[in-house]
Design a protein around this ligand. Structure first.
Ligand code: FES
Length: 255
């Protein structure tokens, strides 16, 4: 289904950690339901106002009964600063849901997230649990974890790693990952972490999915702004062909 434009209403918008916010919005009647791994282009400023571009933000949680969608985002620039200033009751323009989303596969799975890359993995973990897939989570942060309890509510085991050692394991999520324990490994986070985790999982012969991040302009496959190259050099559009890809597309043997 093509991405739709709609006007949502902000219900909550609260700080979860330094520069990390959780925004919950109510969708209007008739708006399409998103899948885990899809994203929306968010905008709360006029077409002539800066910044020029809407902000692509992944679905963190979706409640089909209440028709609410939540976004976990990091304040990084003008657009996300404007989002962080939104009060309940404010209007929020959404274009989406866009992108392909995650496939739910296997009887056991682990979601591996780093920093704000943990955002799309919560709805995935919820959907996997609902589908009867036994799901663990390994979540990495620089110093201050966030939204860990939400993962604990749906996962069998949740492990946390921090760079500083303030909480959980001092080190990397890949120190905690044993991919051979699972049928499927889902990964989202900084590129270096994603590559290492994906290569570990692929090396163990485990089905692997990665959710890629890219700078986006249109979010709809029209501008080529998010094009990146697969391991074999073929161009793919992250917003339209992804953002979820099989790990081997980027990190397969020989790449
Ligand atoms: Fe325009 Fe992907 S952001 S093609």
């Amino acid at each position: 289904m093509p991405a739709q434009n709609c006007e949502a209403v902000v219900l909550e918008n609260s700080m979860q950690a330094a520069d990390i916010y959780l925004l919950k919005a109510g969708l209007p009647a008739g708006a399409a339901a998103p899948r885990a791994g899809q994203f929306y282009m968010l905008r709360c400023w006029g077409p002539d106002e800066a910044p020029l571009l809407s902000r692509p933000i992944s679905v963190h949680e979706y409640d089909g009964e209440k028709r609410t969608v939540s976004f976990l985002y990091q304040v990084k620039g003008r657009g996300t600063r404007r989002l962080a200033a939104l009060e309940p009751g404010s209007a929020l323009a959404l274009t989406g849901p866009a992108g392909n989303g995650f496939l739910l596969e296997g009887a056991t799975a682990v979601v591996v997230g780093g920093g704000i890359g943990t955002a799309p993995l919560l709805q995935l973990a919820k959907d996997l649990a609902r589908a009867g897939v036994v799901t663990d989570a390994i979540l990495g942060f620089r110093d201050e974890p966030y939204r860990v309890e939400a993962f604990r509510a749906v996962c069998r085991h949740v492990e946390v790693a921090t760079d500083t050692g303030s909480v959980g394991h001092k080190g990397f999520v890949t120190d905690l990952l044993v991919p051979g324990h699972y049928d499927t490994v889902y990964i989202c986070g900084p590129e270096v972490m994603m590559e290492k985790a994906a290569r570990m999982a692929l090396g163990a012969g485990v089905r692997t999915y990665v959710s890629k991040e890219a700078k986006m302009a249109c979010g709809l496959g029209a501008c080529l702004g998010c094009t990146c190259r697969t391991g074999e050099g073929a161009p793919v559009s992250v917003c339209k062909d992804g953002p979820v890809f099989e790990g081997g597309v980027f990190y397969g043997s020989g790449t």
